[in-house]
Ligand binder design. Structure first.
Ligand code: NAD
Ligand code: TYD
Length: 349
């Protein structure tokens, strides 16, 4: 079946990997990338596919109700893969309203436009909502998040994503809108904006800047290579059961400090620096308020039902990621000039 899919947030980190995968894999599909190009959106993330016939970029804001409604009425997409969001926890602590606006209101505006377009004709239509494991809150030392774990968000970011998940489900129950939701763990890989842990620290190591580890560094995250997330999204989009949720994770837990040390070792080797050089840049700084201790995903549902599993080990994925940043110095320089410096000073000074 041919599809016409609006992918929101396709110029961001994960969105650009999803767009690339679908544009290359499905020449018969029309892929419309809808993105307002915030600081996190960058068309340079899609240079390699921007000329493809099945790809169109549309600049637009998901919170602009009239624009979105008109776009849906004009383009008549049969599906939406919704990734557009404000996505950084530290920014959500400084400006929670911006997160409510984009992540909650923006999602509702998309749901309304989709409902208005197809209500009563739901066959072969799908609203795929991409979400995060952070909606489940924090784990203690043991246990894993499953699809039935209660929501318990602690940051304005995770609260806004939790709320958007609830609205998607509510539209499914109330209006029969066909949806799937996936909740994924921390992603890493190419094209990630250097405000998140791994690309921030790669950039700082390149520039011999300190590595600001929050608190004691004993916080744990479950890391997944972004290409594997995009593959999981493709699978869920095509084979996922309607109105179901799928957890996606890397089976790959790391305490921040151990991850940072591994990153330092790999970077020293790649930059021909003496072993131990980058570790000297580690600086323990004031903790993030409301910092979740541990995230870890039980990904057995997507594994057993859809046959998905991560394709690379963390050491391989991290090595590929570092190589990408080292080989794409212009991209990195471009995104770390201007407003980035203001953000950095405000966050870390
Ligand atoms: P990102 O910040 O890199 O990209 C977000 C994209 O959304 C950008 O291109 C931005 O321009 C666009 N955008 C923001 N506000 C918009 C608006 N109002 N209208 C239109 N476009 C807008 O984010 P990411 O890390 O790629 O995350 C993508 C999605 O995946 C988000 O929904 C996020 O919650 C979810 N997620 C992220 C992770 C992670 O580790 N990064 C893990 C699980 C889930
Ligand atoms: P981050 O990449 O912001 O992802 P999230 O908060 O969504 O998990 O952070 C990953 C972990 O790294 C988290 O425990 C916070 C920590 N961290 C630091 O210690 N220092 C930093 O400068 C940043 C950005 C994150």
């Amino acid at each position: 079946m041919k599809r016409k899919i609006i992918i929101t947030g396709g110029a961001g980190f994960i969105g650009s990997h999803v767009v690339r995968l679908l544009v290359n894999k499905y020449p018969d599909y029309q892929i419309l990338n809808l993105d307002s190009l915030t600081y996190a959106g960058n068309l340079a993330n899609l240079r390699d596919i921007e000329e493809k016939e099945n790809y169109t970029f549309i600049k637009g804001d998901i919170t602009d109700e009239a624009f979105i409604e008109n776009l849906f009425q004009t383009e008549k997409p049969d599906s939406v893969i919704h990734l557009a969001a404000e996505s950084h926890v530290d920014r959500s602590i400084k400006d929670p309203l911006a997160f409510a606006k984009t992540n909650i209101l923006g999602t509702m505006i998309l749901l309304n436009a989709f409902k208005k377009l197809w209500s009563g004709q739901w066959d072969n239509k799908l609203f795929y909502h991409v979400s995060t494991d952070e909606v489940y809150g924090s784990l203690g030392e043991k246990g894993l998040f499953t699809e039935t774990t209660s929501y318990d968000p602690n940051s304005p970011y995770s609260a806004s994503k939790a709320s958007s998940d609830h609205f998607v489900r509510a539209y499914g129950e109330t209006y029969d809108l066909p949806y799937v939701i996936s909740n994924c763990s921390n992603n890493y890989g190419s094209y990630q904006f250097p405000e998140k842990l791994i690309p921030l620290f790669i950039n700082n190591i390149i520039n011999n800047k300190s590595l600001p580890v929050y608190g004691d560094g004993n916080y744990t995250r479950d890391w997944l290579y972004v290409v594997d997330h995009a593959i999981a999204i493709d699978l869920i989009f095509h084979k996922g059961v309607l109105k179901e949720t799928y957890n996606i994770g890397g089976f790959n837990e790391w305490k921040n400090i151990d991850l940072v040390k591994l990153l330092c070792q790999q970077m020293d080797a790649k930059l021909n620096r003496d072993s131990g050089t980058s570790e000297k840049l580690i600086t323990y700084v004031k903790d993030r308020p409301g910092h979740d201790l541990r995230y870890a995903i039980d990904a057995s549902k997507i594994n057993t039902q859809l046959g998905w599993e991560p394709s690379v080990t963390f050491e391989e994925g991290l090595s590929k990621t570092i190589d990408w940043y080292l080989n794409n110095e212009d991209w990195l320089k471009n995104v770390t000039s201007g407003d980035y410096l203001k953000y950095y000073d405000k966050q870390y000074s």
